[in-house]
Design a protein around this ligand. Structure first.
Ligand SMILES: [Zn+2]
Length: 332
């Protein structure tokens, strides 16, 4: 372990531990997404289960045990180096990782530079620059997929599409775009076909908004996510709630604090709900292989702790955890 780690204050050490965790977490999300893209569900499950177990192990680290905090940071750094090779980082031969992975890791990087992420976002899709404004956890979890899916709708003939604003509101992702019946750059009325495609885009963004409401805004986890209590309604996972509260006060949050946070409403699985309520979008034969359907399905499985996919599943510490489900779904 390095000398400068030994000299770090407790607060800085906690920050470094948190930073390395989020980076490693993003790498495992990237590994899983890459496996899914290859159609290897087994490998994706293995990566996701390892990630859930990692989050559980973090909860066992006392913020006052310097030796353990240093040892865990050290271990995370070793794992980051190992996964970097798996994801295509070859420092000696300069082979870059694929673009989606690079974007996730840029967002997770503790030395995060907004301008760099925005440039990378524009490089992936020229119209997508404003999507760099989305919160870190969401960018890590589904940023590249959101851009690909939106591009599919644009390619159907949504000429002149432009994003006005990207923000978080009431714990959900909002992507606002100009769908006024009049195109004010030309003063002409937009054709019915254009308006129809804009409606399809709206529907796609609604699904991503639903997904965001059950995705940790800090790290991208969908396991044991609750809405934070108080002024800001934000979906956060238990680990991030723990890390945030610990950073604030130097002590781990009381269990009662987590219990005060709002468990997400238990309803039908997200994927089944989407099939029932967004059949027009999901059944559109022109849109082949939208990522959103797979993402919703994976979210359902993550909320269940991948319990149906084998052993190694993290166990809940609290009996009330099983109530976690999404909230803020729109009925359409
Ligand atoms: Zn989190």
């Amino acid at each position: 372990m390095s000398r400068d780690m030994v000299e770090l204050s407790d607060a800085k050490l906690r920050t470094r531990l948190d930073d390395t965790f989020v980076m490693l977490h993003a790498m495992l999300i990237a590994g899983s997404a890459e496996a899914l893209a290859r159609g290897d569900v087994k490998a994706a499950d293995a990566s996701d289960r390892a990630r859930l177990a990692l989050g559980e192990s973090y909860l066992g680290i006392s913020p006052h045990d310097r030796r353990k905090m240093i040892a865990c940071t050290d271990r995370y750094l070793h794992l980051i180096a190992r996964h970097a090779l798996d994801l295509g980082f070859q420092p000696n031969v300069h082979i870059p990782p694929d673009e989606a992975t690079a974007m996730r890791l840029l967002a997770a990087d503790p030395r995060f530079r907004y301008a760099t992420l925005r440039r990378a976002t524009r490089r992936r899709r020229p119209w997508a620059g404003p999507l760099a404004d989305m919160p870190r956890g969401w960018m890590i979890r589904f940023g590249p997929e959101l851009m690909d899916d939106m591009q599919q709708v644009i390619d159907l003939g949504l000429r002149g599409f432009g994003i006005d604003q990207v923000k978080e509101k009431w714990g959900g992702l909002r992507v606002l775009f100009d769908d006024d019946p009049i195109d004010w750059t030309t003063g002409l009325e937009r054709p019915a076909r254009w308006m129809d495609l804009a409606g399809l885009m709206r529907e796609l963004l609604d699904l991503y908004e639903t997904l965001s409401t059950c995705t940790c805004i800090r790290c991208g986890s969908q396991y044991r996510v609750r809405a934070s209590a108080g002024r800001w309604i934000e979906p956060v996972c238990r680990r991030c709630a723990h890390a945030r509260a610990t950073g604030r006060r130097g002590t781990p949050p009381a269990k009662s604090e987590w219990k005060r946070m709002r468990p997400l409403d238990c309803g039908e699985p997200l994927a089944a709900w989407a099939d029932g309520n967004h059949a027009r979008l999901l059944g559109d034969g022109r849109l082949r292989g939208l990522h959103i359907r797979t993402l919703l399905d994976r979210c359902d499985r993550e909320q269940a702790g991948y319990a149906d996919t084998g052993n190694g599943t993290p166990q809940s510490h609290d009996s009330d955890e099983t109530q976690d489900r999404t909230t803020g779904r729109k009925n359409s």
